[in-house]
Design a protein around this ligand. Sequence first.
Ligand SMILES: *Cc1c(COP(=O)(O)O)cnc(C)c1O
Length: 458
Amino acid sequence: MKKVPYRFFLTEDQMPRQWYNLRADMKEQPDPMLNPQTGKPATEEDLYPVFCKELARQELDSTTRYIDIPEPILEMYRIYRPSPLIRAYNLEKALGTPARIYYKFEGNNTSGSHKLNSAIAQAYYAKEQGLTSLTTETGAGQWGTALAEACAYYHLPLTVYMVKGSYNQKPFRKAIIQTFGADVIPSPSDTTNAGRAILAEHPDTTGSLGCAISEAVEKAVTTEGCRYVLGSVLNQVLLHQSIIGLESKKAMELLDEYPDIIIGCAGGGSNLGGLIAPFMQDKLLGKADPRIVAVEPASCPSLTRGKYAYDYCDTGKITPMARMYTLGCGFIPSANHAGGLRYHGMSPILSKLYHDGYMEAVSVEQTKVFEAAVMFSKLETILPAPESSHAIRAAIDEALKCKETGEAKTILFGLTGTGYFDMTAYTSFLEGNMSDYIPTDEDLKRGFDGLPSIPGIQ
Ligand SMILES: *Cc1c(COP(=O)(O)O)cnc(C)c1O
């Protein structure tokens, strides 16, 4: 076996020029999105008021296996890609494991995460269609930052509804988004009907992603030339994020490696869906059989404790309904949860693959996640995002199992980003003030009780 370098980069010429659409190789498709007004499968036209046309097409395209990445998007990708595939020699040594641990690091851009991969694509198609502004929501802030970067590049005005708790906790996040020229509004706000309704019921709420989505969608459909864009969950976002997996697979091939275990954190599922895409293809086609593990917070356990059901993608119940693992669109994680990944649902593609047994899911408590984050930062010099640290936790646990069994497995995990804006959470961990709140069955039941009833389906 070749001596593997610490950091391995593909050359510009080796970078993928197409995205990979995992649905084309799935034997059974995820159930169709439903139009909330008619209860019928949503058509491309149904999506036009919310999404731009090319993205509506990509959303519903389950047959085109490879989709060319337009040259202007490739040009933008080349500014910060390919991202490095890093061999975690120091971590391996510290753990005393025979496992070989690799991670794909997506934090090398100002958004500090993989989200820029889809933000660029979405802003590009909006500009191509002649749209004049965009709206979105952001929770932790990485998506808002990524989209603000992309919109600055394409000269598109952007309004970001930022979950209020995060807006108050991360003033510098807000400042970066503003530096790139976007407007930031704390959500729930009094600028939309959805926001006003939530404020009337819960005046002191710190907000949620689902609620911010409702506000952004409402703004998009009531503003001429404006569309809504979303940073995760949707099929189109997983498609754009396949660049992560395609690069990883190619790099590993050049190193004569293939992962036995692939691990990613799962919020809405976009980085995980992107990372695993070409490996899942091998699995679906019977060419290889890696284990694929989604890692989620114990305080927001959509895969491990959620229901596989049709649900709204937002709290305001105005988006199409998707069949996915969900905690109910009214679910809001406990206020002491600081680790991100707080969305109530999960990508319909990943939900289906999980439901059909192609992947596993584990949930981890946040103090264990931050323990792993601090250990990792000291060994690998990267201060990881709390979200990414879920994957680190699970990778460490798998490597420790290898230590027990003596198996030299190859582990690949997604290091989705950096945690510079999460220092309040790190401080609370370091000072011993962080606790683990795991929702009770009773808490979860409240969310499930709010699931929509759809005649003939559920
Ligand atoms: C948004 C985000 C995630 C979670 O989103 P997914 O769509 O599940 O990938 C994970 N890590 C970082 C750094 C993020 O910004």
